[in-house]
Design a protein around this ligand. Structure first.
Ligand code: PEP
Length: 252
């Protein structure tokens, strides 16, 4: 069956010493408990190798927040999937709405990135979600379905089965405005249906679908109680070990 997962997305926050301290604090907190979910931190590229040295990878997974759509070569400033994997990381967040919105990432580039990630043993945490206008004009199901189809549905079933999805309504990211647990459940159930239509019920049932968007200790419990919500991708609240752990421990 699918896993429950809570993954942090630190975004462009923390200096290296601050990042190491935060990773150590999460690692320390995990020593004392047996969480009912896998726990992952997504950290800036500059932090990966150092954070890898200070965490117990059997309890805390490590991910990058992006990777390049090329394997190597003359792409100044880019960081490839093999480079990420060589730091010890085992996850990569791909298709985050901030990457789509500010850096022009398209389904076409994301398709390439997903393939490169999988070829290099990185588990993609693939983000999808509608903007406010699409929520308000009721096109949000179509938008999310298209994002999944365009970037992921050329994958063979065994490869698709390695993907973690994160539904992140853009209007809820960093705004303090969380989707209600019913809104999240409605979309997650829809996504699972889309996957079942393409790859069959077994793969759909085994796919972890995380919710992201102003998730915090106070609302995580209700969100995670929904049958199709398998955890969270956590931005702001992942920058404080205590609040992140408040979400990790929200699974009943
Ligand atoms: C995110 O950016 O992935 C996210 C969910 O951010 P926040 O939790 O801050 O809304």
């Amino acid at each position: 069956m699918r896993k429950n997962i809570v993954a942090g997305n630190w975004k462009m926050n923390t200096t290296l010493p601050e990042g190491i301290a935060l990773a150590k604090a999460v690692n320390e907190a995990l020593k004392n408990i047996t969480p009912k979910c896998d726990v992952v931190i997504g950290v800036p590229f500059t932090h990966l190798a150092s954070v890898n040295e200070v965490i117990d990878k059997s309890k805390l997974g490590l991910g990058a927040e992006n990777c390049a759509d090329h394997l190597s070569g003359a792409y100044t400033g880019e960081v490839s999937a093999p480079m990420v994997a060589s730091t010890g990381a085992n996850y990569v967040i791909l298709g985050h709405s901030e990457r789509r919105q500010y850096y022009g990432e398209t389904s076409e580039t994301l398709k390439t990135k997903v393939n490169l990630a999988l070829e290099n043993n990185l588990t993609p945490i693939f983000c999808i979600g509608e903007v406010l206008e699409e929520r308000e004009n009721n096109t949000y199901f179509d938008v999310v379905k298209k994002q999944i189809e365009e970037a992921l549905f050329e994958l063979p079933a065994d490869k698709f089965g390695q993907i973690i999805l994160a539904y992140e309504p853009v209007w809820a990211i960093g705004t303090g405005k969380t989707a209600t647990d019913d809104q999240a459940e409605e979309m997650h159930a829809f996504i699972r249906g889309v996957i079942a239509d393409k790859y069959g019920k077994e793969i759909a049932d085994n796919t972890s679908i995380l919710y992201g968007g102003s998730c915090k200790p106070s609302n995580a419990k209700a969100l995670f109680a929904k049958p199709n919500v398998d955890g969270g991708l956590i931005g702001g609240a992942s920058l404080d070990a205590e609040s992140f752990m408040g979400i990790v421990t929200a699974f009943e």
